[in-house]
Design a binder for this molecule. Structure first.
Ligand code: MRU
Length: 348
């Protein structure tokens, strides 16, 4: 695996600053949970599973930062740190899931030292399990593809968006590792260009062929090229199979349906929120209009307002299958997701 966006070394969270890619590979060394929250908010680390892992380490750092010997005071401080971290980005459920998992792991620890040790161990477990989940869902997904497939993806659901290996790009990697010649069509993904800056970069690192298109070219590419499948990631999957993912995903799914191309979502169980009945209930992050108002050094006229929802919801009817580390779910998702995931998809 060539790319990893984060590492835990000597009780320090090391993050590859994704706002600087692909021009500069800058690693940040974070020792305070507030810095982790800021890195998530400003998208130095981004992608649903990656922000979950970073937030888990944020709780571990909050524990290490504290010098109180009082167990209850420390637990109360960690709850506050959890609220700070959870408030950074509202759509990806992985963030809340990871924070809650670390907080619940420390609850029964007998003293402050044990709380610190457990928080660190639990964050490391979340980190390790995410890579394992991606490898597993990657091989489930690769089994759905024909030989030497042409795959379209949107945004970056790759190694950079996870603890490593990737979800949608994990499926691509698993097919490549199985000896297939996989080619990827990546949408550039305005406004922040995760496709152009990140997907194209990480695939190049692994020597996987990638052709970049502008977002508006997705429909015509699905009509005119022999795309075998669209595979995207997820920020949150509702119990009925509706999927929140990067803005523009819904439009790609509509075009895929129109042109008979299977549309797959690849996501670990930590992205599934069985407590939410449908995608209508998923909070959609609204980001600053400035991200939309200029691109490549050119700007809209002064005084223009912009709307900038960071995610959209693709209705489950447009989704051919949801690929998880535990298996592949298909319609009706209300039953298949619960069956495939058991209780693990429920947000804590
Ligand atoms: O705003 P971002 O870059 O965090 O959005 C990322 C996406 O939408 C990804 O597709 C999603 O988080 C899945 S990552 C495996």
């Amino acid at each position: 695996m060539s790319v990893t966006p984060l590492a835990w070394e000597n009780q320090t969270l090391r993050l590859l600053d994704q706002t600087r890619l692909p021009d500069d590979e800058i690693w940040l060394n974070l020792r305070e949970h507030r810095d982790v929250a800021e890195a998530i908010r400003s998208m130095r680390v981004r992608g649903a599973p990656a922000i979950g892992v970073a937030a888990a380490y944020g709780i571990a750092l909050a524990a290490l930062e504290s010098d109180t010997p009082d167990r209850n005071a420390l637990l109360a401080g960690l709850e506050r740190a959890g609220e700070t971290l959870e408030a950074t980005r509202p759509t990806a459920i992985n963030l809340r899931w990871a924070v809650r998992r670390v907080l619940s792991a420390v609850k029964s620890a007998p003293d402050a030292d044990a709380i610190k040790a457990r928080a660190e161990a639990e964050a490391m477990a979340i980190h390790r399990e995410d890579v394992e989940a991606n490898r597993s869902l990657g091989s489930h997904g690769a089994a759905l593809l024909p030989p030497d497939p042409l795959v379209m993806t949107h945004c970056n659901a790759g190694a950079l968006a996870t603890a490593g290996y990737g979800t949608a790009l994990g499926v691509v990697r698993a097919a490549a590792e199985a000896g297939q010649r996989v080619r990827v069509v990546a949408t550039e993904t305005r406004p922040l260009l995760q496709g152009a800056r990140l997907t194209a970069w990480e695939l190049a690192q692994d020597g996987i062929e990638c052709t970049l298109i502008v977002d508006g070219a997705a429909a015509t590419t699905l009509r005119s090229q022999a795309v075998d499948a669209v595979i995207v990631g997820a920020d949150r999957v509702a119990a009925n199979g509706d999927v929140a993912n990067k803005i523009g995903t819904y439009a790609v799914a509509l075009a895929a349906r129109e042109h008979g191309v299977p549309f797959y979502v690849a996501a670990p169980s930590s992205s599934v929120d069985l407590s939410i009945a449908s995608g209508d209930l998923i909070p959609i992050e609204e980001r600053p209009g400035e991200e939309v108002l200029s691109v490549a050094g050119r700007a809209a006229p002064t005084g223009i307002t912009a709307s900038n929802p960071a995610f959209d919801v693709t209705p489950h009817q447009l989704i051919s299958a949801i690929i998880t580390e535990r298996g592949v779910a298909r319609e009706p998702y209300v039953t298949s997701l619960a069956e495939v995931l058991g209780a693990v998809g429920v947000a804590i």
